[in-house]
Design a protein around this ligand. Structure first.
Ligand code: ADP
Ligand code: MG
Length: 472
């Protein structure tokens, strides 16, 4: 049956209507039908775990509001079943609904280990509505845990959110995957939104910017595109490393957008997983723009920060984690907070849906297929230096020295490369481990070894052998 024209559908409320012999579904039936259809398509255990707890919070002709127990549940559901949900809704209703997700009102079963939620927590959670507006309301400064690893980046973002500044224009935040760059970037947007609703904010991933640019070109709407960006007061661009592989016309367009905003004293904040100099394939003129303001990095979190983040995430779901559980999770060896969140999601799902108390043994059991064990090795720059020195039969002091002997220079460069690869450290930090070398020396070394390894199988073997040493 083809989709029905809107004029007929607009008359639909809650009663089934028969127009031209077509039976139209009551809006409240949509979700029920969707569940029936989904039930036959996925294992029943998955259905019970992930679909039964969903409630319909509201529905109108264009949107369906669905309520889920917590954010972790939602993220899991979106990762695994969003396309199925969308397709099924369209199929059973013969029309497109946009889905609005709500979190919190569904009474999830709590364990005895869970602390009773304070009223403010409940309201805060209930009010967290995730929409498709681009900014995730969860990514606020209030929800961000400050540790010594992200302190500077956090302070710079707060400063910019409080007052746009020429000194910090652009603000360039860089750091490894899952360390909180997007969270901080969006927190700036949220804070500015809270303060005023007249400030025009644009949040884009670099990929989103490119897609919009390409789309505008194809539709011959470049003027609209330019006007939109150039009317912006605060431009937040996430993950510019995406442009490193070329994307020349996008870079050029962004360069002009950047200049127009900069000259008009509008604030620009950019994130990247690399320092500007290390963004291969980025146009020089854009790179130099990125270096005009303030560059801050986020370091991988230490144990203390990871534990604080885990506690915060759990508290946001009104759950108190036992200390041994927090410690176990933080010591799993991952510095990627998103990965830690994944573990927590799993545990919370098991606990609230399976009615299990969160204990250390329950957690180990839940995660047994996802993590090796808590002896997972963390590789430090120190360990890298020892492994490289022993492999080449030189001393760690040689690696840290200024000696220019080829027999020392090459191992030093390999050690810097491995420190970058295995320890998730920033270039300036690696420099300090090697007798306070400048970050540009580190960047040069890392790039050189990267190329060497790509071209030369013998060097590849050397690097692999040292990595084996590191993992022993
Ligand atoms: P990145 O953009 O650097 O890859 P994200 O900003 O997406 O990382 O962070 C990954 C996840 O980790 C997000 O859910 C974010 O909320 C969380 N996170 C990272 N750092 C912190 C922190 N310091 N406090 C609270 N949550 C954090
Ligand atoms: Mg990100």
């Amino acid at each position: 049956m083809p989709p029905l024209p809107n004029k007929y559908l607009s008359t639909l409320v809650d009663n089934p209507v028969d127009i031209f012999g077509c039976f139209l579904m009551s809006t409240t039936d949509v979700w029920k039908k969707c569940l029936e259809a989904v039930k036959g398509q996925i294992p029943s255990q998955h259905f019970n775990t992930w679909f039964k707890p969903i409630n319909v919070a509201g529905i109108n002709e264009t949107s369906l509001e669905l309520e889920v127990p917590n954010r972790f549940f939602l993220e899991w559901l979106k990762d695994h079943y969003l396309p199925l949900i969308q397709e099924t809704i369209t199929k059973v209703s013969q029309r497109e609904y946009s889905i609005i997700w709500r979190i919190g009102k569904v009474a999830a079963r709590r364990t005895s280990a869970a602390a009773p939620a304070s009223p403010s927590q409940v309201t805060a959670v209930a009010e967290r509505v995730l929409t498709n507006t681009g900014l995730n309301p969860y990514y606020t400064f209030e929800n961000f845990v400050v540790g010594k690893d992200n302190q500077l980046a956090h302070a710079a973002c707060i400063a910019v959110a409080n007052q746009f500044s020429n000194k910090y224009n652009p603000l360039f935040v860089y750091g490894g995957v899952g360390l909180g760059k997007t969270h901080l970037l969006q927190a700036i947007g949220q804070r500015v939104l809270q303060k005023t609703n007249s400030t025009k904010i644009c949040y884009y991933t670099s990929e989103g910017f490119m897609n919009e640019f390409v789309g505008a070109m194809q539709r011959g709407k470049m003027d609209d595109f330019r006007n939109k960006f150039r009317r912006t007061d605060l431009l937040l661009i996430d993950d510019v490393q995406f442009w490193s592989g070329g994307k020349g016309r996008t870079q050029e367009e962004f360069f002009h957008t950047f200049n127009a905003l900069y000259e008009a004293h509008k604030q620009i904040v950019i994130t990247s997983d690399k320092y500007p100099k290390d963004l291969d394939g980025l146009e020089e003129r854009l790179r130099s723009r990125f270096e005009m303001g303030l560059i801050v990095d986020i370091q991988p979190p230490d144990m203390e920060t990871k534990m604080a983040i885990l506690r915060k995430k759990a508290a946001l779901e009104s759950i108190t984690l036992p200390d041994d559980v927090t410690h176990f999770l933080a010591s799993l060896g991952s510095s990627n907070i998103r990965e830690l969140e994944g573990y927590l999601a799993n545990i919370i799902a098991q606990s609230s849906l399976g009615g299990k108390e969160i204990t250390l043994s329950m957690v180990k059991d839940t995660l047994k297929n996802r993590v090796k064990d808590n002896t997972t090795k963390t590789v430090t720059v120190d360990k890298v230096q020892k492994a490289v020195a022993s492999f080449f039969n030189i001393s760690v002091a040689d690696l840290k020295s200024k000696r220019r002997l080829q027999a020392i220079v090459v191992p030093r460069q390999i050690a810097m490369y491995l420190a970058r690869e295995c320890c998730n450290s920033s270039f300036p930090e690696i420099g300090t481990f090697f007798g306070n070398k400048d970050h540009s020396t580190v960047i040069h070394a890392v790039n050189k070894v990267k190329k060497m390894v790509e071209k030369d199988p013998e060097q590849q073997r050397v690097v692999r052998s040292i990595k084996d040493l590191l993992n022993k």
